[in-house]
Design a protein around this ligand. Structure first.
Ligand code: FMN
Ligand code: SF4
Length: 517
């Protein structure tokens, strides 16, 4: 009998030795004369247990982790004989961390062979496309509108409305662009999808193409993601071969094809108009809006720009219906959010759940607190432009509006945890420094203001005219917030002001009264 094992080929798992583990298990199998079939998958997203090896058994997949190359011999023997092993975690589907999630977008990640279209189809793949083809473009756009899906890249703009705008704009050529620049600190969900379930992204983009009348798509991937780019390339080739892309998508009269483009590495190239400049071969510079990309985008043509996770949510929306997706979530935040737990956290990884879970639940309960074992002092949600929230705000539900009401953002769903050794004045200074380094330079508040901001924070830290300099910093943040062309300058005040507001003692001021929070 052939033993089937699943070992991730995801970059996060490779970074902690998944390749060495696979090689050691192969060698052990040769020594033990065990017939072995290893399927390389994406990650399940329980990164503290990577490399996690799963074995196919009559009772389902059994997980083991974190596995080291040295464990191979004993592990293989235990798996082959169904014996005990100290790294045995139990049935993968029963792992509490996975069980309490609602995996809609990530349903196949870690399960399927990411390079096999047949495996994708065998796990409900291509059903959304079939539905879109039977509905036709207008009803497909309407389904996405009705689902309540909002862009997962950061701004949270309703995806269906964007598609409708592009669909209603007449042009001889339109484009679909996938934003896979994933520049936010502590985020990796886009990468996981591209490495673990690339066909869902291809299917989502093909549906978008049919819906708005675009025949060409691009996936703009950051250069730091070579594994994701290689997997996407392989999947696109397989999709062409299998009729998911090409002149007759899914055997229909619609044509859609796509290709991968690798970015040169700038945070601002994740901003959609800057990304379009970069795709056109120029330096990434933010464009003034209007015109919206949906009217005049890539090469001046109507273009839908969406994040990886937005496109990846679409096949399921079409397959199960808008109401099914819409049923999850709270308020105007519908569906599920793939949340990424990172930084100083015990259980870091991908946790997909309906909107509405509180920040405290995510950090303390799901994440298990800090990895260092020290108290959690602050979390930054939503990337480098997101606010720092203290424990006092841990009752905030994960919801676009709830975070905005507290001068924060959920962005791309990244949460970076800090323990009580963090110096929040340094973090505030870093936010200004980041803005100065990454600024595209187009507008003054961001280009100049960020450098002045660093200088002012330095003076506050040195206790030079603290009151006057704090007032100056607040004034500068106001100018950045309301005078910047894009969110890089516009949101940099969030981390700065939240640090100053909630952690004044790190700036040499008296601590904030707990009662006031
Ligand atoms: C400085 C900056 C960086 C951004 N980086 C990204 C990014 O890495 N990935 C992304 O999807 N969106 C990013 N965005 C948001 C995009 O401009 C845009 O809103 C998004 O790609 C639209 O897709 P969505 O509606 O599906 O979220 C960034 C925005 C700004 C201002
Ligand atoms: S805010 Fe900064 S990054 Fe954005 S357009 Fe202005 S200078 Fe460029």
């Amino acid at each position: 009998m052939t033993l089937r094992l699943y070992i991730p080929i995801d970059a996060g798992a490779l970074a902690v030795g998944a390749e060495e583990v696979a090689a050691a298990i192969r060698a052990a199998a040769a020594r033990q004369a065990v017939a072995l079939d290893i399927v390389r998958t994406g990650s399940r997203g329980l990164y503290w247990l990577e490399p996690m090896v799963e074995a196919q058994t009559p009772a389902g997949r059994i997980a083991y982790g974190p596995v080291a190359a040295d464990d191979a011999e004993g592990l293989l023997r235990a798996i082959a004989t169904d014996g005990p092993h100290p790294l045995r975690l139990g049935r993968t589907d029963d792992l509490p961390w996975l069980k309490r999630q609602t995996r809609l977008t990530f349903a196949r990640c870690g399960v399927v062979d990411p390079r096999s279209l047949a495996d994708y189809r065998a796990h409900d793949g291509c059903r959304g496309l079939a539905r879109a083809l039977s509905l036709g473009p207008e009803a497909t756009v309407e389904a996405v509108v009705q689902s309540g899906l909002r862009g997962r890249g950061g701004a949270g703009f309703p995806t269906g409305i964007k598609w409708r705008t592009a669909a209603q704009t007449q042009a001889p050529q339109k484009y679909i662009v996938c934003n896979a620049d994933e520049g936010d600190s502590g985020t990796f969900a886009d990468r996981m999808i591209m490495e673990g379930d690339p066909f869902v992204l291809i299917e989502g983009m093909a549906i978008a193409g049919i819906a708005v009348g675009a025949t060409k798509g691009y996936v703009y991937i950051r250069s730091e993601y070579p594994h994701a780019a290689a997997t996407m390339e392989a999947a696109i080739a397989a999709a062409r071969q299998g009729g998911l892309l090409g002149d007759r998508v899914g055997d229909s009269s619609f044509a859609f094809d796509m290709e991968v483009r690798v970015g040169a590495g700038a945070y601002v190239c994740g901003e959609e108009t800057s990304l379009l400049d970069s795709l056109e071969g120029k330096r990434g510079l933010v464009r003034a809006k209007p015109p919206l990309p949906a009217h005049k985008g890539l090469f001046g043509r109507p273009t839908v720009v969406n994040n990886v996770l937005s496109f990846a949510a679409v096949p399921l929306i079409l397959d199960k219906g808008a109401a099914f997706y819409r049923d999850f979530g709270m308020g105007k935040s519908r569906g599920t959010m793939p949340i990424q737990l990172a930084g100083n956290i015990k259980h870091g990884g991908l946790f997909e759940t309906a909107f509405g879970i509180t920040l405290g639940e995510l950090v303390d309960d799901v994440g298990g607190g800090t990895r260092s074992g020290r108290p959690v002092r602050a979390v930054q949600v939503g990337g480098p432009l997101g606010a720092y929230f203290p424990r006092a705000l841990f009752d905030t539900p994960f919801d676009y509006e709830a975070f905005a009401a507290r001068e924060g953002l959920i962005g791309h769903g990244g949460i970076v945890v800090f323990d009580d050794t963090v110096d929040m004045a340094k973090q505030a200074r870093f936010a200004m420094e980041f803005c100065a380094i990454e600024s595209c330079g187009k507008c003054t508040p961001c280009r100049i203001g960020s450098t002045r901001g660093m200088e002012v924070i330095d003076r506050i830290i040195r206790n030079e005219n603290r009151a006057a300099n704090t007032a100056l910093l607040e004034d500068l943040c106001h100018t950045l917030k309301f005078g910047s062309l894009c969110a890089l300058g516009g949101f940099t005040p969030y981390p700065v002001m939240s640090a100053l507001t909630y952690f004044p003692e790190d700036f040499g001021a008296p601590p904030r009264l707990q009662a006031a929070e």
